[in-house]
Design a protein around this ligand. Structure first.
Ligand SMILES: Nc1ncnc2c1ncn2[C@@H]1O[C@H](COP(=O)(O)OP(=O)(O)OP(=O)(O)O)[C@@H](O)[C@H]1O
Ligand SMILES: [Mg+2]
Length: 385
C-alpha cells in the first residue's frame, strides 16, 4: 500500500486521517504543512493519495492539483474544506480532484471517501479509467438547452444512431432523469435503467454496467432514465460521474441527452464533456434562453471552442433572420435542422428519422452532424463515412 500524504497546517488533521484509514489499510500517513512541500513529495513518487486539509487556501490547492495532473500524476486527491459548496465541488472536479468531503465529516464517511479515491487512483495507474492514461478514451458529447421542447432528444438520439451507422461504438445516456423519453424515441423497452446501475453502488464496474444498457437495432446501447420520476433522486452527481467515467472506457462515443435545466446531473456531464451541442430555435424566447445558457457555460469555464450551436426548425417562417440569431447569442450557428413532418412522425413510431426516412432533409443534416463530430474527434476534415 502506498503512502497517504496529508497537507494541512495542523498535524492533528493528519492524525484524524490516520484514524479514518487505520481499519482499512496499512498505508503510512505522512504530514506536510504546505502545498509546495506536498507537490515536491508527489513528484518524488511513491504516494497513493493526497488529502488537502481545511487550513489550505482552496485556490492554491486547486492550482497545485491541476499542475500535478498536467505533469501526469495519477495520485488520488481528496479535498477537505470546512464547508462543501456546489462551487467548490465543480471547481474541484474540473481541477482533477477525485472527491470532496467536509473536514468535519464523521470518520466512517471520511473512510469511505478516502477508500474510493485510493481505488480510483489504483485504477488509473492500471490504465483503465482516466485521461492521461494510454487507454483509449471515448468522446463525450452533451446535448443541451435550458428550454424544453426545442429538439434535444430528437438531436441526441438521431446523432447517436447515425454514429452507430458509421461503425462507431456508441452509448446514449438519458440524463433527463425525471421525464426522459430516449426509450420512447428509440422504441426501447425500459427493462433496465440507470437506477440499477446506481443501486449497484461501489461494486459497479464496466461488465456490470453493460448489463444495464439496452441494445438498439442500430447497434447503439442506451442507458435509460428511471421509469418512476421519484427514482431520479437516488441518481446522485457522484454516481453519474462514476458511470460516465466507466462508459468512456467502454465506448468510442458517449452521447448525453439532458433535461431543460442546468441541474447537478447536467453539470456533472458537462465536466466530463469534450463537446457541447446547444440546441436553439428561431423564436425570441429560445434565443434569449440560449444566450443565458452560453453565458452560464462561460462562467463555468467552457469556452466557445467546445460549444456548437444547432438551430432547430431553421427554416421557420418567423421575423428573425439567422444572422440576427447569431448576433443575439454571440456565436455562429454550426448546424441547421429544418422543420419537417418526418420528425414528429418518426418520434411517434419510435423509429429515429435517420432510419425511418434516411433521405429526408432532417435525416441528412443529422447524419452530417454525426460525421462532423467524428471528423473533429479524429482530427480529420471532410467526409469520413
Ligand atoms: N425539426 C423539427 N421539425 C418538426 N418537429 C420537430 C423538429 N424538432 C423537434 N420536433 C418535435 O418537437 C417535439 C420536441 O422535441 P424533443 O422532445 O426532442 O425536445 P426536447 O428539447 O428534448 O424537449 P424536453 O426539454 O421536453 O425534453 C417532438 O415531438 C418532435 O417531434
Ligand atoms: Mg428531451
Amino acid at each position: 500500500m502506498k503512502s497517504v500524504l496529508v497537507c494541512d497546517a495542523q498535524i492533528d488533521y493528519a492524525k484524524k486521517i490516520a484514524k479514518a484509514l487505520a481499519e482499512v489499510s496499512d498505508a503510512e500517513v505522512v504530514h506536510v504543512a504546505g502545498l509546495p512541500e506536498a507537490c515536491k513529495r508527489i513528484r518524488a513518487g511513491g504516494l497513493g493519495l493526497l488529502v488537502v486539509g481545511p487550513d489550505m487556501a482552496l485556490d492554491d490547492a486547486l492550482v497545485s492539483v491541476r499542475e500535478i495532473r498536467d505533469e501526469g500524476s495519477q495520485i488520488g486527491v481528496v479535498l477537505c474544506p470546512a464547508e462543501v459548496t456546489q462551487e467548490i465541488l465543480h471547481a474541484a472536479l474540473r481541477s482533477g480532484v477525485d472527491d470532496v468531503v467536509s473536514s468535519g465529516a464523521l470518520l466512517a464517511e471520511m473512510r469511505g471517501v478516502l477508500e474510493e479515491a485510493l481505488r480510483r487512483a489504483r485504477r488509473r495507474c492500471a490504465g483503465t479509467d482516466e485521461p492521461g492514461s494510454p487507454a483509449p478514451r471515448g468522446h463525450v458529447v452533451t446535448v443541451l438547452s435550458m428550454k424544453g421542447g426545442v429538439g434535444k432528444t430528437v438531436v441526441a438520439s438521431n446523432v447517436a444512431v447515425a454514429l452507430a451507422g458509421l461503425e462507431k461504438s456508441v452509448v446514449l445516456v438519458d440524463l433527463d432523469l425525471q421525464f426522459g423519453d430516449v426509450g420512447i424515441m428509440l422504441g426501447l423497452e425500459p427493462v433496465q435503467t440507470i437506477v440499477g446501475a446506481v443501486q449497484s453502488g461501489d461494486r459497479l464496474d464496466a461488465e456490470m454496467l453493460r448489463g444495464f444498457l439496452i441494445e438498439h437495432a442500430s447497434g447503439l446501447r442506451a442507458l435509460l432514465a428511471p421509469t418512476l420520476p421519484e427514482d431520479a433522486e437516488i441518481v446522485t452527481a457522484s454516481r453519474i460521474d462514476r458511470i460516465i467515467g466507466l462508459l468512456v472506457s467502454m465506448f468510442d462515443y458517449v452521447i448525453i441527452d439532458t433535461p431543460p435545466s442546468l441541474d447537478e446531473a447536467v453539470l456533472t456531464a458537462l465536466d466530463r464533456s469534450d463537446r457541447v451541442v446547444v440546441v436553439t430555435m428561431m423564436d425570441v424566447a429560445s434565443v434569449k434562453n440560449s444566450r443565458v445558457s452560453l453565458q452560464k457555460l462561460r462562467q463555468l469555464g467552457y469556452n466557445g471552442a467546445l460549444v456548437d450551436i444547432m438551430l432547430n426548425r431553421a427554416d421557420s417562417k418567423v421575423f428573425l433572420k439567422v444572422e440576427e440569431v447569431e448576433q443575439a447569442i454571440g456565436m455562429p450557428i454550426k448546424y441547421r435542422l429544418p422543420s419537417d413532418l418526418q420528425i414528429p412522425r418518426s418520434v411517434n413510431k419510435g423509429v429515429p428519422v435517420v432510419i425511418d426516412a434516411p433521405r429526408s432533409q432532417p435525416a441528412k443534416v443529422l447524419q452530417e452532424t454525426a460525421k462532423t463530430i467524428v471528423a473533429e474527434r479524429e482530427g480529420v476534415h471532410g467526409d469520413v463515412a
